[in-house]
Every structure is written in C-alpha cells, then in structure tokens.
Design a protein around this ligand. Structure first.
Ligand code: GSH
Length: 206
C-alpha cells in the first residue's frame, strides 16, 4: 500500500493506524500547493479531488476520505480492536464519532487555515468550534478514549485534528481533559513514529 500524505494534515491519522497495525506501506509526500508527488506524479491523477489522504491499495484501487480509509484499515485486522465489528451498535457509535470529527472539527477548523479570511469571520468559526470542544471535554473527562476504555481509529483522527489548534492560537488549557488526552495519545509509539517519519521526508519542491 502507498499512503499519499502531507505533513501537518489529516493524513497523519491513517498513517498512525498503519503503524498501529504494523502493516507494510510506503509513504509518498504530496506538495499540496503544486499537487506534485514525491514520486514525480500529478496528484490529481491519483485523487482527482486533489487532497490527502489517499491510499493506493495493492490491487490498484485508490481509497480517499479519512473515515473510509480508517475503517478500511481497521477491518484488515479486526483482532487489533481498532474498530468494533461492522453491523454492531458499537460500530454505529464509532461512525457517529467519525462523522462528528470529520464534519464538526476537521470541516469546522478548515476556514481557520484560510489566510484571506478576515479575523472577524474566523472568530465566528472559532466560537462554533469551541462548542464542539466543550462536548468533547465532557466525554474525555469521564473516558480515556473517544469510544470509552479502548484506543480506536477515532482517537487517531481526533488527535490529528486537535494538534491543529496550535496553528490557530487556541489554548487547549481551557479544556483540561482534552489537553491531557492530547498528551496521552501523543505518547503512543505509533504516533511518535508517524510524526517523526513524516518530518524526515523531503519537501516536494515543485
Ligand atoms: N473530506 C476529506 C478532506 C481531506 C482534507 O481536508 N485534506 C486536506 C488536508 S487535511 C488537503 O489535502 N487539502 C488540500 C486541498 O484541498 O487542496 C477527508 O475527510 O479525507
């Protein structure tokens, strides 16, 4: 498998899960501005939507959309317990969380990356995001992980998105359980290795 990624983006979450599962894979860095890949391709020919993450499978299929990639990977090794089995109520709860993370947090944070958006508009998006963080604070105050007692693909995704808060000068100190959660997930070997391996890759210059 090949994971097309860009540092500091949502592609970190499938990268973490590939390492959690110990699956063989190759990392291919993408320049998200020029849409060129480190192996010299036009990224649009891999993902016509032009964004990471994209997972090229050994059978030639390309899978995109974080929540789909994460569930695909977890289902390759159900015994690892990174997602409850399909068809169960617990799996539906996982999907509820993945949807919350992708739409309310990932999507909600998107405008804050936009350099052209006036600060006043950004404040409106931040206020909405803060309400979502309040919701997570309650959950993680009483449970160590999003699903409860066990690490899952939702944690890899939530961790990745929470890391971005530092780019927006959002002080997670206002949400102490979230801050502790960030530290707890950040200590996992898979997370440390994923971040350090991404940092070792060379930028795609043009
Ligand atoms: N809906 C997609 C969104 C992916 C996404 O937002 N990717 C960002 C990085 S976090 C990206 O590559 N943006 C570059 C672009 O849109 O040109 C998913 O959930 O995977």
């Amino acid at each position: 498998m090949k994971l097309f990624f860009a540092p500091d983006t949502c592609s970190l979450s499938p990268h973490i899960i590939l390492r959690e599962l110990g699956l063989p894979f190759e990392l291919v860095r993408v320049n998200n501005k020029t849409k060129r890949t480190a192996d010299g391709r036009d990224f649009y020919t891999i993902n016509p939507k032009g964004y990471v993450a994209a997972l090229l499978l050994d059978n030639g299929e390309v899978l995109t959309e974080g929540p789909a990639i994460l569930q695909y990977l977890a289902d390759l090794q159900p015994e690892a317990g990174l997602a409850p089995p399909s068809g169960t109520w617990e799996r539906v709860r996982l999907q509820e969380w993945l949807n919350f993370i992708t739409s309310e947090l990932h999507g909600g944070a998107g405008p804050l990356f936009n350099k052209d958006l006036p600060d006043k508009a950004k404040e409106i998006f931040k206020e909405k995001l803060f309400k979502r963080l309040d919701h997570l604070e309650v959950r993680l105050d009483s449970h160590p992980y999003v699903l409860g007692e066990q690490f899952s693909i939702a944690d890899a995704y939530l961790y990745t998105v929470l890391l971005w808060m530092r780019f927006f000068a959002i002080d997670l100190g206002k949400w102490p359980s979230l801050q502790q959660y960030l530290g707890r997930i950040g200590e996992r070997a898979s997370v440390r290795e994923a971040i350090s391996e991404e940092a070792k890759t060379q930028p795609v210059l043009s």
